[in-house]
Design a protein around this ligand. Structure first.
Ligand code: UDP
Ligand code: MG
Length: 313
């Protein structure tokens, strides 16, 4: 098998058949064999039924059917695990990423043996200024503090060679932040720009809240800088309070100025209480992740993995 297309699907009942047809169309006449690995990420609509219908067709189709919604990160992991191709492409089911670009990626890997991965990044995306601001700040922050490089706008739309897929699969951490993992494993990645199409049908599953949580996951997974930040704030406040102590003593002894009272104390207690809670929170984020990771729970649970008649049994 030369190529596996890994397709995470969550409530995409209307899109999966459109996607299937688009692939068939764009890949018609290619001289290699390929398979479609659909991961049904606990969809609440008829996605699974639609996928089963696709099994009747004449392309090799696999369905990994999750027991509930585990999120796109888990779906991608499952898809990579079930894929058999020498090349593996991760592509969305909503046709925002044209299958024809996946074909271009394959040709690039064929032509350029030095590269292990071709990744698409979005040239421009119609998003609100506020969201763009937050996204820019996130990339600046994480690139400053993490040793792993994060390329702005880089998507999960990528084609890997098999060794890189195996490297990614070897990282079986529970909190997955793929953009970081893809970069952390190393290998040579070629970045190509692509235009994000309109969603075929349905809505994006990414709300601002989800994006914010995802950004925090990325930070806590790829840098321990927030812990250092807590230490620095602690040192700084200790240092400032010592200076203030000296000032107060000199004021009292040398000039007889009375020590400022109630208001100062209340403000200081609140300020320090706030800083302390914030630092405990940061430590808590890491401990919580350590706790969940040590439980060793699986990244996903598949109810069943279905292979259609195109595979030899
Ligand atoms: N997806 C998934 N599990 C989820 C959310 C999304 O498998 O919990 C899939 C979804 O079906 C789609 C892809 O991930 O194929 C990208 O999702 P979406 O289109 O909502 O994101 P966007 O394109 O807006 O970044
Ligand atoms: Mg989409």
């Amino acid at each position: 098998m030369k190529l596996s297309l890994v397709v995470p699907c969550y409530n995409e009942e209307k899109n999966v058949s459109l996607f299937y047809e688009a692939v068939k169309n764009d890949f018609s006449g290619v001289d290699f064999d390929y398979e479609l690995v659909f991961v049904n990420d606990g969809s609440k609509d008829g996605t699974f039924k639609e996928l089963q219908k696709l099994c009747e067709g004449d392309l090799p189709v696999k369905i990994v059917n999750f027991s509930r919604n585990f999120g796109k990160e888990s779906a991608m992991y499952a898809g990579l695990r079930e894929s058999e191709g020498d090349y593996v492409t991760i592509i969305d089911a909503d046709l925002q990423q044209r299958p024809s670009i996946a074909l271009d990626m394959v040709r690039m890997l064929d032509g350029e043996p030095d590269y292990d991965c071709v990744a698409a990044y979005q040239e421009s995306r119609r998003e609100s200024k506020l969201l763009v601001f937050f996204k820019n700040s996130f990339y600046k922050l994480i690139n400053k503090f993490s040793d792993t490089e994060f390329v702005q706008g880089a998507s999960d739309f990528r084609t890997f060679r098999r060794p890189m897929v195996e490297a990614i699969l070897a990282m079986d951490e529970y909190f997955r932040f793929s953009k970081g993992l893809f970069s952390w494993v190393g290998f040579n990645t070629k970045f190509i720009p692509y235009k994000v199409e309109e969603r075929a049908t349905g809505n994006s599953k990414w709300s601002f809240k989800k994006l914010f949580k995802y950004a925090l996951d990325g930070i806590f997974a790829f840098t321990t800088a927030p812990l250092r930040f807590a230490t620095i704030i602690g040192l700084l406040t200790s240092f400032l309070s010592i200076i203030y102590l000296i000032v107060v003593v000199i004021q009292k002894l040398a000039f007889g100025i009375p020590v400022a009272g109630y208001a100062t104390i209340v403000v200081l207690i609140l300020l320090l209480g706030g800083i302390q809670l914030c630092c405990i929170g940061i430590i808590g984020e890491y401990i919580a992740r350590t706790y969940i990771q040590t439980k060793g729970r699986p990244i996903y649970i598949a109810k069943q993995v279905i292979k259609n008649h195109k595979y030899e049994r």
